[in-house]
Structures are given as structure tokens and as C-alpha cells.
Design a protein around this ligand. Sequence first.
Ligand code: SF4
Ligand code: SF4
Length: 226
Amino acid sequence: MIVAKRKPFNEIKESVSGASRILILGCGTCVAVCLAGGEKEVAILASQLRMAFQLEDQNVQIDELTIERQCDREFIEQIGTKVNVDDYDLILSTACAAGVQLLSDVFDHKVVVPGLNTTFIGVAEGPGVWTERCRACSDCVLADTGGICPVTICAKELLNGPCGGARNGKCEVDPEKDCAWVLIYNRLEKLGRLDRMKQIHAPKRHSVQEHPATIVHEAYRQRYTV
Ligand code: SF4
Ligand code: SF4
């Protein structure tokens, strides 16, 4: 999932300043799960903004709406069945940055500003705790590393074993964190796959990574190339 966190309130307030009709648009998928931008968080942010503007004697209308996903046109198109976007000066999106950008594309005559900082691809470890697990490198090595990502977890992004600086299983760069390669070794040992430690990975060719990347599923290729 995409993990995000809310921007500081003052930054959000500054980014919506000057607008007199604001739609706060939440997203019901990843950012709802990580308690940053779903329906409840939209309601809290709306209340905070209403109070802040009232204290300044500013008459600002703030409405709330949360859709299932902002990273999918199919759901964005449904906004029109619930509100008239043209009634608003500005949309404050609490989706991840992908959602904010798609919203800006669809409503390209509207100011759309982000309420969140998109932070990483990760997993839920327990209530209220998420950890980063993937940097989306497009060339996954998890088959050789016991399902532990050295690109994300090793401070030096080493692909072929440890740097030699680990002490008591902790990383030399940040002794609070486990050494990725100690974790990988232990996992491979547990799996009886220590031979994988001998696998040599070529350096990642970041230069051939396409940005911005596009993936077209084979079944849809004809539609996009004709
Ligand atoms: S190697 Fe790591 S960063 Fe690359 S795709 Fe796999 S999990 Fe993601
Ligand atoms: S101590 Fe381990 S995690 Fe830290 S940089 Fe070296 S190999 Fe990577």
C-alpha cells in the first residue's frame, strides 16, 4: 500500500488561503487504511479549517466528500454525481500524490492542492504502525533474498551481501536498525536456501529506468498503439 501522512496544518491552511469555497476530497483506499486521508481524517481536517477561519472572521465554505479511489478515473468521474466541482474555488485532496495528480488532470481548470505527504510503499505492522518495504525499483530481487528487500532496508542499498560494518546484527549507519543482510542471511538459513547468498546481482541500471514509467497490459496494447 501507499503510505502517507498529513501535512502540517499551517502548510495546508496556507495552501488553501484565498479560496472561499473549498472541497476537501478524501480517498477511501491506502490513505484511509494508514489513517491519513480517509473519510474520518477529512472530517477532522474540515473541522480544524472551519475553526481556524472562524477565529479569523473569514467566511469560508468547506465541504467534504470521500470517494473510493482518486488514482482511478472511473471513481473520479463519479464525483459529479455527488457535488458540482465548479461550485468550489479549490479542491484540497487527501489522496496520495498520484491521486492529487490525476484529479488535477481531470479538473484541469481547478486548483487542486495536496493535504498529505506521500511517503512510501509499505505494510501495516500493527495498529498505527507502517514500515517501508519497497522502492519500486522495477527489478525485484526478493527471490534471492528470502523476501527481504536490500534496496529498501540496507542503508547502502547493497545487492551482494553486507558491507562488513554491522555490529550485533545492527546497521553501522543506524544502530537502531537491523542490518538488512543479517536479516536476509537468517531468513535464507531458516529456509534452507543459503546457497542464494552466492548469487551475484549486477548493479541496478537506474539509467534505463523509465520515468515517468508507463505499463500497458498486453491485452490492452492494441487499443493504445492504434
Ligand atoms: S527489489 Fe526491493 S525495491 Fe526492488 S521491487 Fe523488489 S522489493 Fe521493491
Ligand atoms: S550494516 Fe548492513 S544494513 Fe547497514 S549498510 Fe551495512 S550491509 Fe547495509
